[in-house]
Design a protein around this ligand. Structure first.
Ligand code: KG4
Ligand code: ZN
Length: 340
């Protein structure tokens, strides 16, 4: 079964064709990240305008690369939430129109479920159940993936997301957007112990919190500037990266140990972080669990992950024609990965 995936929840306009949820036939993206970098973060209005300009061409080229037309795909899958509403609307309405015109089912995909499905594209043999940290620019969840369409959230951030913390710290250090890769690069050669940064206290065994950590970075930078000493950017980037990856890894490994998880996974933009990947490799080995990492190129937003999850959502609703032909997307659950 071939599914055309559409993704436009943030600053990437993406389309892809995936076969049976596992094999990428094409995966195209037009990103406005370079333009957003001029403003130090995503300007929603700019994201929406670029989606409108790019979506038709991106979808056309994804279909062409896969060697098919809209008539040849079995369904259209689209990320419907969470995301910037103006950005989401572009992809959702494009997908609706295409599905309706081609007489194909329309499969709504929760964006974070899509991130999890990037793992299926990287590891053909991986099947639920597994434990997964989903860490992106807007969310940081520890979820039990009990099957392809059933998720239980064990822990989440009580304030900002991990990716957003990377972005804020990058901005504080003048490193540009997106912050994650910039901090990772700046941290090379820095001393992770140069600036002692706190692990913020948080209620809930598997919850995380980053606001105290972001404030600690800001205060240390302000202090260094006031004394005229100036902050050592490499050392601060390394110290922050070490602390935040330690927090994320520790919580995930605690949850894995307590639930007896045999398989541990990570997904979302932050899953591209090398330090997090290395730390988890060591932690999983110590627990005797198997670690599955998504391919670096599939960690950030892309439409292949949406098409992959779309395949499993389609299968779960195969007997429900009203659901699959609900082009108005009436009655959709919105922000929740469990209900999604
Ligand atoms: O999943 P994603 O591409 O989009 C959202 O759904 O939000 O995640 C984007 C986030 C950004 O905050 C970005 O700074 C972060 O992922 N990110 C990283 C890395 N690459 C991207 N964070 C840490 N290390 C990275 N290498
Ligand atoms: Zn994302």
């Amino acid at each position: 079964m071939r599914i055309l995936g559409i993704e436009s929840t943030c600053d990437d306009t993406c389309a892809a064709v995936v076969e049976d949820g596992r094999r990428i036939l094409s995966n195209r993206t037009a990103s406005s990240a370079a333009e957003q970098n001029l403003y130090g973060g995503v300007v929603p209005e700019i994201a929406s305008r670029r989606h409108i300009e790019n979506i038709s061409a991106v979808a056309r080229s994804a279909l062409a690369e896969a060697g098919c037309t809209a008539a040849d795909v079995d369904a259209v899958a689209v990320s419907y939430a969470p995301g910037l509403i103006g950005a989401v609307l572009v992809g959702v309405n494009f997908a609706k129109a295409l599905a309706f015109a081609a007489g194909k089912p329309l499969v709504p995909v929760h964006h974070l479920r899509g991130h999890v499905a990037a793992l299926y594209l990287t590891h053909p043999g991986l099947q639920p159940p597994f434990l997964c940290l989903v860490a992106s620019g807007g969310h940081s969840h520890i979820v039990q993936v009990t099957d392809y369409t059933h998720f239980t959230v064990l822990g989440r951030t009580v304030d900002g997301a991990a990716g957003e913390a990377f972005d804020k710290v990058a901005r504080t250090l003048g490193l540009g957007y997106p912050g994650g890769p910039a901090v990772g690069k700046a941290a090379r050669g820095g001393n992770p112990r140069a600036y002692p940064l706190p692990t913020p206290h948080v209620e809930g065994k598997y919850n995380v919190s980053f606001s105290g950590l972001k404030t600690a970075v800001l205060n240390a930078v302000n202090k260094a500037n006031m004394t005229g000493e100036g902050v050592n950017v490499a050392d601060m980037a390394a110290s922050f990266q070490w602390r935040i990856t330690e927090i994320l890894a520790q919580k995930l490994l605690d949850a894995a140990r307590d639930t007896g998880a045999a398989r541990i996974c990570i997904a979302g933009g932050v899953a591209a972080n090398s330090q997090l990947r290395d730390r988890l490799a060591a932690g999983a080995r110590a627990l005797g669990a198997q670690l599955y990492l998504p391919e670096q190129a599939l960690c950030g937003d892309n439409a292949a992950m949406v098409a992959a999850q779309g395949y499993y959502e389609y299968r779960a609703h195969a007997a429900d024609s009203a659901y699959l032909h609900n082009w108005a997307l009436n009655g959709l659950p919105t922000q929740d990965i469990e209900a999604g």
